[in-house]
Design a protein around this ligand. Sequence first.
Ligand code: PLP
Length: 449
Amino acid sequence: AQLPNSLEARDTAFQLHSYADARRQEETGALVIEKGEGIYVEDINGKRYIEGMAGLWSVAVGFGEKRLVDAAARQMEKLPYYHTFTYKSHGPSIELAEKLVEMAPVPMSKAYFTNSGSEANDTAIKLIWYRSNALGQPERKKIISRVRGYHGVTIASASLTGLPNNHRSFDLPLPQILHTTCPHYRTMKKDGESEADFAKRCAQDLEDLILAEGPETIAAFFAEPVMGAGGVVVPPDGYWEAVQPVLKKYDILFVADEVICGFGRTGNMFGTETYNLQPDMMTLSKALSSSYQPISALLINDTVYQPIADESHKIGVLGHGYTGSGHPVAAAVALENLKIIEERDLVGHVRAIAPTFQKRLAGLTENPLVIETRGIGLIGAAELSHEALAATPGALGAKTNAMFHDKGLISRNMLDAMAFCPPLIITEAQVNELFDIAEAGLKAVQESL
Ligand code: PLP
């Protein structure tokens, strides 16, 4: 029950929440978080939780990192705001652009700043269209992404996203955006198909779609190295080795959405390295600033940049940009955050504890409710058998999520896939603490059915 005038009641009264059933929200209220330290957060009633999702897959360095607070305060005092429009600039955005271009695992020539993952992908689409026009290929505007991929929620990035909730009731996707097969072996394989054959068929499906549409109409392919919000789908062995040559064959740009995978999550600085990808563009956000400030970036290589430069010279403007693009406070925080990631070798740390994380994740299959686990590095999901509740998909996931919350673990259910994506600073002992709670929570759910 929500006490009158409580924060919960005022939240219900005044705030429309993202990704929620508004009527249910009116009845049950929200979990109101007040503060955080390390991998833990505390609600307004003083209850402590492990933040098993690092917020929204993003708080890499954990909560309460004083260095980020100080970096923000210093920049606020010096220059709280300036922009990057029309030949103006400022130190933090310049330093961050240089840093990201240097960090890129494949040659990139420019960084373009935006404020969210959605905007980075939306901007990528606009620059791809601008480039096609610059190249005198106005018909080359179609874009392919994947079923269950997640790329954001603006009109164009929601179209890239391959999930029904982001399309249904919004009249999406846009007609230029097409979706190809999700590389989830268990649900998408044909009878008797090996994992290797499935990986090849995914590439064949992509090629069939390109040929059916006409290769000269396809501009780009967007994909996450590992799908996150679609349920943590780790591609089968051989998938990227089969898909990338298809893109090369038809001269299709590859945009790697590194919004979740970027900055250590998969055990390398970028998912692009983990899977030996050759993207032309990369979108970055979340762990870029550990979400202490909203900021995202798009990296583009010379193949993308040069025609855009020519076109903007010809017409006199690149007619795109956000007031907050490269915001100095957000950029200063991102720079300090990247320093922390490097100084503390968080990528090495992820590699060191990933075996324990993945072993404990796989161990959840000992509970009969768990039909599959998937993961790499410090990201993973446990898929529950939704039939166990003889209810609609997602009901068991929601029930399990509530049980985990009760027991002090914040997780996220994507339908019946329970996701785990803790801050990268998590220790081995804390990984065990997280999965001890998950095991106990699953057992309690199982006993309640
Ligand atoms: N791309 C990926 C891979 C994401 O996971 C997300 C968000 O979860 C986005 C893009 C969209 O980012 P934002 O919510 O900042 O718009």
